[in-house]
Design a protein around this ligand. Structure first.
Ligand SMILES: Nc1ncnc2c1ncn2[C@@H]1O[C@H](COP(=O)(O)OP(=O)(O)OP(=O)(O)O)[C@@H](O)[C@H]1O
Ligand SMILES: [Mg+2]
Length: 151
């Protein structure tokens, strides 16, 4: 994916850099597979306690990507997940082929039956955003790791 999707960071001068890319069918049955992949990847990277938040925002973003894809394409489309950890920053990027942009409704409260996912992403991440691409878009979120988690 293009480096312009996320805010620029200088190359890591210490610590480790990790990358993971996964594609899966845009169907609800892919969710457990993607969650499992995320959990195992973050464990292998020794992300530590922040892994719960990363898993949560990944799950919300992928759930949205699958729902948006299913709403506009016949079965067979893919969603993609890119995870990166570098210079103390954990990035989650989720691609789908739907050109519509996410709409975050800030007023969705605890009792709302829907409209809470992006609020969770916003609460858990340091920043999130979306980038329109030819043939789809990427919704991304980033979380800064503490020194201990990043080392
Ligand atoms: N990847 C996406 N592509 C297109 N539209 C999206 C995408 N993600 C979110 N949206 C739009 O933004 C709205 C808000 O998303 P959000 O995750 O906050 O709530 P929700 O998915 O409707 O409900 P919940 O996540 O609480 O089950 C969605 O209803 C959808 O219209
Ligand atoms: Mg949602």
């Amino acid at each position: 994916m293009q480096s312009a999707i996320c805010p620029h960071r200088p190359p890591a001068t210490g610590g480790r850099a990790h990358r993971s890319y996964l594609e899966a069918g845009a169907v609800p049955a892919s969710l457990p597979y993607i969650r499992r992949h995320t959990r195992r990847t973050l464990a292998a990277w020794e992300v530590g306690p922040a892994a719960d938040d990363v898993e949560l925002m990944t799950s919300e973003l992928v759930t949205n990507a699958i729902a948006a894809t299913l709403a506009m394409t016949p079965p067979g489309a893919l969603v993609a997940l890119y995870l990166a950890m570098e210079a103390g920053l954990l990035s989650v990027l989720v691609w789908d082929c739907c050109p519509e942009q996410p709409v975050h409704r800030a007023q969705a409260g605890a009792d709302a039956e829907s409209g809470r996912g992006l609020g969770i992403v916003q609460a858990v991440s340091e920043r999130w955003g979306t980038v329109a691409l030819e043939g789809g878009k990427v919704v991304w979120a980033q979380l800064a790791l503490t020194n201990q988690e990043a080392m």
